[in-house]
Design a protein around this ligand. Sequence first.
Ligand code: FES
Length: 203
Amino acid sequence: MSQTSFKKIAEDNMQPKEFSFDKENMQLAKKILKIYPKNYKESSIMPLLSIAQIQNNGWLPKKAIEYVSSFLEIPEIKVLEIATFYSMYNLSPVGKFHIEVCTTSPCMLRGSDDILSFCEKKLNVQIGGVSKDKLFSLNRVECLGACVNAPIVKINENYYEDLDLNTTDKLINDISNNKKVKIGSQSGRKGSEPRKSSYDKKR
Ligand code: FES
């Protein structure tokens, strides 16, 4: 397994020579830009970085940061500040499936540390690492904002919730085997409805 930190800007030999939005993303970027007043167009840095990252297989090369800054006609540093601050942006290559395990207090109280260790072992990847076959990368992140369904794991753009070791195992197996996986709660509850009590179950 190789070790990397996804917030560290990738070495030059990993950087693509150029980046620009494809046709579909160009249309989407123009739509996004229209949401914001002309004098606040830098407010669209985050959604533009997100579509750039998805287009570039889950990480942002230097050329994408330059591209977004020239697209918005703002200094590159403003884009770089955002890209380096938020854990949702990766500055070096990730696996085909980038797994982020939330380990902030509510998730930690619901077993996220065990889930993280389980993922390390099962995937043979350390935190901040990419598997040899480049299929998986693993990271520990702060609150993903879905504490009510803790513990939460984010894989690429989707959230998987109410996990335990069995459902995490199944999720990883299904993803590896290209099976369709259910996004959201893995415990069978709808959204964040209250867990059924033994009293409810008898009714
Ligand atoms: S603490 Fe994990 S989602 Fe908030």
